[in-house]
Design a protein around this ligand. Structure first.
Ligand code: HEM
Length: 423
């Protein structure tokens, strides 16, 4: 086990699970040194993860940034605005922002998006099939897993169709590693998103639409959101919604391509089986590797059968969802990809719920939407491209660095029928 944890190391990014299993065996929380020289407490067991996420002594409010202030610019202002959202807040602020969001994301409103998501999925698949026929291979992340969630957030925010290409491009730029872009491109994209969302909010105040975001602008009456809060909310919905869902779709596709028997079972099993594939992907390849950082507001003692950890006040704590979801005490053979474990067992028995959408007050309000996207996208992808297969060795695919999100950065595929038998 390395003394220092480097989340950007390619080996760790691809397979962090043995490291987390080791940490889990050491007690309820382990203090690690990160490659940037800071320290953090990692919580990797399932029961302890749930307990910490429901415990108000672990705050979501980030500490004030120390050191020299960074120069002001439209991009910095956009990033600062993004930082003032509900995921970075505790009760009572959090409760107010959260109540409005859950009121906008009702099951009825989310389910009403189905025909639009189907339409967007089919449009992307037509483009992907053309690229595959023309060029022989394509990147499933770039051509499908990334654009679909961004387009769906466009629906949620009520972004007019004519502006969706811009939204996709700006999101791509702010989400890409800086060295993958021309100098200044990310800053320009941040500023463009900020300006665009500001004018979108002004427009929705004048002319509300049918979208979920319009209901956030208008439904709240007296306790409604200020323009600043709406701006932070638009950024949060975009970033909380696209990168996570992108990783869910990419990881599910990769797992099915590398587990042909599970793909065949899903094809034969219909809706319930596809839903089980999504649940097992969320557990086995949790798209959010860790929650956002928590900070102890006072000294906290955690104790369980594996030992005791005393975390002083003011320490950074990360609940590692990807590790909790592989805790053998709740998921037998945790490293195996077995969608059937989510189908009702004898007597309707179900396994422990996975923690991929978090737990407690910040539990993901977009869970139903993410599940709906997967339920539409996966069967349609494998239906439209029946001979889909990897075009690169899956064991060598690069993964996103860092402790927050987890998924393959690229997934090259082709759509080639099996070669006819010789003779
Ligand atoms: C597979 C897809 C998704 C996964 C795995 C996921 C996971 C999570 C998790 C684990 C949290 C809690 C983080 C924490 O406690 O620090 C969270 C919060 C959140 N998610 Fe999601 N999410 C997904 C999709 C979405 C979508 C599609 C939306 C909206 C369009 C969304 C909106 C949010 C928001 C607004 C929060 C903050 C809630 C709060 O602070 O109370 N998520 N998500």
């Amino acid at each position: 086990m390395p003394e220092t944890l480097d989340p950007a190391a390619p080996g760790f990014a691809r397979d962090p699970y043995p490291y987390y299993a080791d940490l889990r065996s050491r007690g309820p929380a382990a203090r690690v040194t990160l490659a940037n020289g800071t320290h953090a407490w990692l919580v990797t067991g399932y029961d302890r993860a749930r307990a910490v996420l429901a415990d108000a002594r672990f705050s979501n409010v980030p500490p004030q940034r120390a050191g020299r202030p960074r120069p002001d610019s439209p991009a910095r202002r956009a990033q600062a605005c993004l930082a003032r959202h509900m995921l970075n807040s505790d009760a009572p602020d959090h409760l107010r922002l959260r109540r409005l969001t859950t009121a906008a994301f009702t099951p009825r409103r989310v389910d009403a998006l189905r025909p639009r998501i189907e339409h967007l999925t089919d449009g992307l698949l037509t483009g992907l099939a053309d690229t595959l026929a023309r060029e022989g291979s394509a990147d499933l992340v770039d051509a499908f897993a990334f654009p679909l969630p961004v387009l769906v957030i466009g629906e949620v925010l009520g972004v007019p169709e004519a502006d969706r290409a811009d939204l996709r491009e700006w999101t791509y730029c702010v989400g890409s590693p800086a060295d993958a872009l021309a100098p200044g491109a990310a800053d320009e994209a941040w500023a463009a998103l900020h300006a665009y969302f500001s004018s979108l909010i002004a427009h929705k105040r004048r002319t509300p639409g049918e979208d979920l975001f319009s209901s956030l602008v208008h439904d709240a009456g007296e306790g409604g959101l200020s323009d600043e809060e709406l701006l932070a909310m638009a950024f949060l919905l975009l970033f909380a919604g696209y990168e996570t869902t992108m990783n869910l779709l990419a990881s599910a596709a990769l797992l099915l391509l590398t587990h042909p028997a599970e793909l065949a079972a899903a094809r034969a099993g219909g809706e319930a089986h596809w839903a089980a594939v999504a649940e097992e992907t969320l557990r086995h390849a949790s798209p959010l590797e860790g929650t956002t950082w928590r900070r102890t507001t006072e000294a906290v003692v955690l104790q369980d059968d594996d030992g005791r950890a005393e975390i002083p006040a003011g320490e950074s704590v990360l609940v590692v969802l990807a590790a909790a979801n592989r805790d053998p005490r709740h998921f037998p053979a945790p490293d195996a990809f077995r969608p059937a474990r989510h189908l009702p067992g004898p007597g309707g028995r179900r396994p422990a719920p996975h923690l991929a959408f978090g737990h407690g007050p910040h539990f993901c309000p977009g869970a139903r939407l993410a599940r709906l996207e997967a339920a539409i996208a996966l069967p349609r992808l494998f239906g439209a491209l029946p001979h889909l297969r990897p075009a690169a060795d899956p064991a060598t695919l690069p993964y996103r660095p860092g402790l927050l999100v987890r998924g393959p950065r690229r997934l090259p595929v082709r759509n080639a029928p099996p070669a006819p038998p010789n003779g």
